[in-house]
Design a protein around this ligand. Structure first.
Ligand code: ZN
Length: 174
């Protein structure tokens, strides 16, 4: 397992548009695996390549409770969006904080998997929110741009507990 350092808001890599992946290489496959490891280790539900300093259009997401449904999106494109959901959102690049963001409640996307096989996916609710949040990262956009009202602090204890719970679940699984 290889963890990468998560960039924190203010880092210039988080403000740049990412380039498409033209060809999957062993190096990029390793990046995908490292991104998954890093996301699970940090207790997040999504991570985009620029968050680990790589300006490529790659995203990993896992919104499952067990943390065993990794979704890998290479060169994702939003095809359709509908509805609305308003709720709390946070980001591994802004630890300890959260804000209220309105997102589409339903999205349809096209992307490639880690073998560059094309697929389409429809998603609702939390998964739709995570997809929109991560796709924004690929354009250099942090969720704080969409926040309604003020950011608020989420206690580190609260976050830590959550992380430990998730780690426990993973350990039990193994
Ligand atoms: Zn984020």
């Amino acid at each position: 397992m290889a963890l990468r350092q998560i960039r924190i808001m203010g880092d210039e890599k988080l403000e740049k548009a990412c380039r498409p992946v033209e060809k999957m290489t062993p190096k990029l496959k390793q990046l995908v695996q490292d991104m998954l490891d890093t996301m699970y280790d940090a207790g997040g539900v999504g991570l985009a390549a620029p968050q680990v300093g790589i300006l490529k259009r790659i995203v990993v997401i896992d919104v499952s409770e067990e943390g065993n449904e990794p979704l890998i999106l290479v060169n994702p494109a939003l095809l359709e969006q509908s509805g609305e959901q308003t709720g709390q959102e946070g980001c591994l690049s802004l630890p300890g904080q959260a804000g209220i963001v309105t997102r589409p409640n339903h999205v349809k996307i096209r992307a490639y998997d880690e073998d560059m096989k094309e697929f389409e996916l429809e998603a609702d609710e939390l998964l739709a929110r995570a997809i929109c949040h991560e796709l924004d990262h690929l354009e250099g956009i942090m969720y704080v741009r969409h926040v309604e009202g003020e950011l608020f602090e989420v206690s580190e204890e609260e976050q830590q507990e959550e992380t430990e719970e998730q780690q426990d679940r993973r350990k039990r699984k193994k």
